[in-house]
Design a protein around this ligand. Structure first.
Ligand code: ATP
Ligand code: MG
Length: 383
């Protein structure tokens, strides 16, 4: 176990439930929505919103941030903002959602024996007691909406149905408009919809940097490491996955008693969350491919997460010499690299002009890959 200094100084700040004070790369969205809510609520009008985006694109973080900002901002028009956040994932019925909503406006009911309309009456009394702009956030609302919720309609027509000033925010990974009834759909016109794009690599790097700064000991990670994790998470644009890899890599580094996180910790962390390469996958590789991969794995055993193609070509040539194989032409070397890229085993990146490409391998711990490949090569030489 650990003998080195602690690395995860504030692990709780990497927990998925933690709402960070800063949301880099979502400032534009935050400002835009802040303005729209401000304008509408200031005039005493609701502002309903349908917020969509892929997994880990920051929907929940953005909504909670916005709610906290509005709540802190004090009165808008005649009332303050009172947010109620409800995750509907496991509460996919109007009644269970409404029970939570009741609790958030300070009334409690036993969860049995009341009809939806009785519960709505109680809700109405509850919000009369505390006049406010009620900002109701229904997160992970897909199942609820697909089951034909009436609550979305009632909450988006709060005023007309006598429920007072309610603003409804629906959050889902997919567009929910097709599943809403026509009346509710009209509450979510174009300015009332926001689809978050997946984070790209640069965005993930910034996000990782801001969260690592909160959670990890300064000096325990470098910029290259964060870039490696961002590269690993970029295909899905998923910040949650990126932060999970960071957390697990930091744990592995602590367990190793290391002072710093290394590229190898990242590979191991990634593999434990999402094993992508099976031994069968490796068995299907050609001897050429195995050789290049082995040269790469050996070169990347230390702290590095990528290296220039020139360097790889040199260490590959040295490996062939060691194994007594024939030298490989430049063209074959490149074709082999391209094949490995298609297999999803390496990443090629064009270097800036005049520099050679960078080759990265984030799939498997280099130590494990080296062992597997050496065994395979030894076998194929015997036969
Ligand atoms: N711009 C950002 N800056 C800092 N942290 C972020 C940012 N965006 C997301 N995160 C963090 O990434 C994780 C995932 O974000 P979030 O939970 O908001 O995604 P989501 O879109 O709600 O995903 P899901 O569809 O799975 O619910 C959270 O820990 C969140 O704090
Ligand atoms: Mg979410």
């Amino acid at each position: 176990m650990s003998s080195g200094p602690r690395i995860l100084l504030r692990e709780e700040t990497l927990d998925p439930s933690y709402v960070p004070a800063k949301l880099p790369r979502r400032d534009t969205e935050l400002a835009l929505l802040g303005r729209r809510f401000h304008d509408a609520l200031g005039k005493g009008l609701p502002f309903h919103l349908l917020l969509t985006g892929g997994i880990g694109s920051g929907k929940t973080a953005l909504a909670r941030h916005l709610a906290a900002d509005l709540e802190r901002g004090g009165r808008l028009g005649s009332w303050p903002v009172h947010p109620s956040y409800i995750n509907c994932w496991r509460r996919a019925s109007d009644r269970t959602v409404l029970l939570d909503l009741l609790r958030s406006v300070g009334v409690s009911l036993p969860d049995r024996g009341y009809s939806l309309s009785e519960m709505l009456d109680v809700f109405e009394q509850g919000i009369r007691k505390t006049p406010a702009h009620h900002l109701v956030i229904l997160d992970e609302a897909s199942a609820l909406v697909k089951q034909g919720t009436k609550l979305a309609y009632l909450l988006s027509r709060g005023r007309e149905v006598g429920l007072g000033s309610i603003t409804l925010v629906l959050i889902a990974t997919e567009d929910l408009l097709p599943y809403l009834d026509a009346a509710s759909r009209s509450s979510f016109g174009v300015t009332h919809r926001l689809a978050l794009a997946p984070y790209d690599r640069a965005a993930l790097t910034d996000i990782l940097a801001s969260r690592a700064e909160l959670a990890l000991r300064p000096g325990s990670y470098g910029a290259e490491l964060l870039e490696q994790i961002a590269r690993v998470a970029a295909p899905n644009g998923d910040a949650r996955f990126a932060l999970e890899v960071l957390t697990n890599a930091a744990r592995l580094a602590e367990d190793d008693g290391a002072r710093e996180l290394s590229a190898e910790h990242v590979r191991r962390a990634k593999g434990s969350i999402l094993p992508t390469v099976s031994e069968g996958h490796l068995e299907a590789l050609s001897t050429n491919q195995l050789g290049v991969l082995l040269a790469l794995a050996r070169s990347l055993k230390g702290r590095r997460s990528s290296l220039p193609s020139q360097k790889l070509r040199q260490s590959h040539a040295a490996l062939l010499e060691e194994l007594g194989g024939r030298p490989m032409s430049r063209t074959t070397f490149w074709r082999t690299l391209k094949e490995l890229e298609r297999e999803g085993l390496v990443t090629l990146e064009a270097g800036s002009s005049g520099e050679s490409s960078q080759i990265a391998m984030d799939e498997l711990p280099a130590s494990l890959l080296t062992t597997l490949l050496e065994e395979r090569l030894a076998q194929s030489q015997k036969t």
